[in-house]
Design a protein around this ligand. Structure first.
Ligand code: ZN
Ligand code: MN
Length: 146
């Protein structure tokens, strides 16, 4: 879904949209870096210097409540936001906390879970952890310097 369609749907639900809020939505839909609220703020502020961090948080919460974006929380680290709310998975770097998308349909796994547990499965969460290519390169360089 693109920004225009989301704006139209939200307007029908009575949600007001300022140009700042639209910029937040457009930025999230156009990136796959899973930015933090602070990063979104820095980005939107370049175009709208008057925008507040409060507006960023309000807009993110509203978009999340309506199911258009995902909030990815990682313990005591800042939450990251994802403009792609459709089922996909994340691979998280345990050194630099980068979050990368991993697309693979796992409907078969849900069916298997249903068969084995007799639950009616409505969804699932799955996350991978590891060390990203950049951090791996850094590790090798540090080892070589020793
Ligand atoms: Zn990394
Ligand atoms: Mn993602």
């Amino acid at each position: 879904m693109d920004a225009i369609q989301i704006l139209r749907q939200l307007k029908e639900k009575g949600v007001r949209f300022t140009p700042q809020r639209q910029a937040i939505l457009e930025y999230l839909l156009g990136t796959d870096t899973h930015p933090t609220a602070e990063e979104i703020y820095q980005h939107v502020r370049a175009k709208f210097p008057g925008v507040s961090l409060g507006t960023i948080y309000n807009t993110l919460n509203m978009l999340k409540e309506h199911g258009y974006i995902l909030e990815l929380s990682y313990g005591d680290m800042s939450s990251r936001f994802d403009g792609h709310a459709k089922n996909h998975y994340h691979v998280v770097c345990s050194e630099c906390s980068k979050v990368v998308d991993f697309h693979r349909p796992l409907l078969q796994l849900e069916q298997e879970a249903e068969q084995k547990t007799d639950f009616q499965i409505s969804g699932h969460r799955l996350e991978f952890y590891g060390i990203c290519p950049e951090c791996r390169k850094k590790r090798i360089l540090i080892k070589q310097a020793d």
